[in-house]
Design a protein around this ligand. Structure first.
Ligand code: UDP
Length: 149
């Protein structure tokens, strides 16, 4: 039936990715981008920026009450970051799989965090965790003019 068929059709999605300061500092942008591309994710927009503390706090507003909020936002402004839009079938979930678990100690073999992350905080990458977050986070960093249709 049409209902059954639907489950097998994944939507072309876009997700927001950030290559974090621990990774940009160690010149890992190319190696991390290779992981995305090998997984079938296309980098459709990308720029290297220096976040301000206010911007980092706004981006991570949902974590404001968490004990690690101060450490996280200070870390995010400690070096430039690379913000990017990844596109592909089921890109949001696929990117989360390529990233691996938040804590690199729990990350699967072959994932970015298993290979490159230094700790639960300095874990090399950010990726949107839902379609709503992806829409919000993409528009946080990119204007419509920067996104090829
Ligand atoms: N974080 C941290 N300590 C923690 C949990 C998270 O420093 O105990 C940082 C870490 O950099 C993580 C980010 O806060 O990537 C956001 O946390 P979240 O739980 O949303 O993890 P993610 O979606 O990045 O895997």
């Amino acid at each position: 039936s049409g209902e059954t068929q639907k489950e097998f059709i994944m939507a072309l999605e876009r997700t927001l990715s950030i290559i974090k300061p621990d990774a940009t500092k160690r010149n890992l942008t190319g190696k991390i981008n290779a992981k995305f591309e090998d997984a079938g994710l296309r980098i459709v927009a990308q720029k290297r920026i220096q976040l301000t503390l206010a911007q980092a706090g706004q981006f991570y507003a949902e974590h404001k009450e968490r004990p690690f909020f101060g450490e996280l936002t200070e870390f995010m402004v400690s070096e430039p970051v690379v913000v990017q839009v990844l596109e592909g079938e089921g890109a949001i979930l696929k990117n989360r799989e390529v990233m691996g678990a938040t804590n690199p100690a729990n990350a699967d073999e072959g994932t970015i965090r298993k290979e490159f992350a230094l700790s639960v905080g300095e874990n090399s990458v950010h990726g949107s965790d839902s379609p709503e977050a992806a829409a919000r986070e993409i528009s946080f960093f990119f204007s419509g003019l920067e996104l090829v249709g």
